[in-house]
Design a protein around this ligand. Structure first.
Ligand code: CA
Length: 321
């Protein structure tokens, strides 16, 4: 009855209503059976699901994701405050040898590895405290994105089964993003690295693995360490609306001919590099000429604000070291 009223009021989607006719413990029993059928060991299933609880907070957070309207000019100082730049430069120096070795191996400038680490988890100091099994099972049960979160849950079980992390230490964000790189379980399976060679891909506590995993992700989605990520530019009125967006690629001389200039008003470099004109806010906000590495960062997180924060921090690191 209650379900029907909520449905009528448009407060529940049909799939949510169906999933929640089952209790969470019954739903978890079904997940355990499915895990068994997929070949996950009984020991992993027992440890992973022991004491599992429905995270109401995880569900609430997923439903209230959209943030209040911001512009880059208000967002960037919050995402990249001066202390974060200072910390990034200090940690870069501290781990320089390892970062440069990893950067060389995967073809990624170390400043981008450090910037991702800083933006994602404040250099590993905030990685989330939710049980990844509990969070992904709760979000699957909630039903709105059941298939996606079930896939994450089974990937998480596979990671435990392979011995990379103990079930009780597999912590992450409310959405299941794990460790110092905030990889979803499926990304972990595709990209995580065991750089120190101890047999475990440990993105929670082993820095060589953290750095190599982040670099391997970028390398796998087309990173080019001959290039930077973007440059901030200004445009003249001649630049048409139709030219915007990541799908439109032109060379720097073509953008120059259209009226795009360096931020200081000077000519663009006369190099045959392709770039896209990106307006993260609108024409009155910051405007960037984005290189292919910008697209690679969008693969990590499909948010222009995220990409600009990482790129901006990487630039500040470059000028600080
Ligand atoms: Ca390792």
């Amino acid at each position: 009855m209650k379900t029907r009223i909520l449905l009528a009021a448009g407060l529940l989607s049909a799939t949510t209503a169906v999933a929640q006719e089952q209790s969470f413990p019954d739903y978890v029993s079904g997940l355990k059976q499915e895990a068994q059928q997929q070949g996950i060991s009984q020991a992993t299933i027992d440890s992973a699901f022991s004491g599992i609880k429905l995270f109401k907070r995880a569900i609430a957070a997923d439903r209230s994701q959209p943030e209040a309207k911001k512009t880059l000019d208000t967002y960037l100082p919050q995402a990249v405050p001066q202390w974060k730049v200072d910390k990034a430069v200090r940690l870069y120096q501290e781990h320089k040898e390892l970062l440069e070795e990893v950067g060389e191996k995967y073809g990624v400038q170390p400043r981008f590895i450090v910037a991702l680490w800083g933006i994602e988890t404040n250099f590993g100091s905030y990685t989330g405290n939710y049980s990844v099994i509990g969070a992904t099972a709760s979000l699957a049960y909630e039903g709105r994105r059941e298939a996606f979160f079930k896939k994450q849950l089974f990937s998480a079980l596979e990671i435990i089964d392979a011995g990379h992390i103990d079930a009780d230490k597999m912590k992450g964000s409310w959405a299941g993003a794990m460790g110092q790189t905030q990889f979803m379980p499926t990304s972990f399976l595709s990209y995580a690295q065991d750089y120190d060679g101890d047999g475990r891909k440990d993105i929670w506590g082993t820095l060589p693995d953290v750095f190599a995993s982040a670099a391997n992700y970028l390398a796998s989605v087309g990173w080019d360490d001959d290039k930077t990520w973007a440059r901030q530019v200004r445009v003249t009125e001649a630049v048409e609306d139709a030219d915007h967006g990541l799908k439109v690629k032109k060379t720097l001389p073509q953008w120059q001919a259209l009226g795009v200039r360096r931020w200081d008003g000077g000519d663009l470099p006369n190099r045959e590099i392709e770039a896209s004109l990106v307006y993260p806010d609108d024409a009155s906000g910051r405007i960037y000429l984005a290189y292919s590495n910008y697209d690679a960062l969008m693969r990590w997180n499909r948010s222009h604000y995220f990409v600009v924060a990482v790129g901006y921090l990487s630039d500040r690191i470059k000028f600080g070291i």
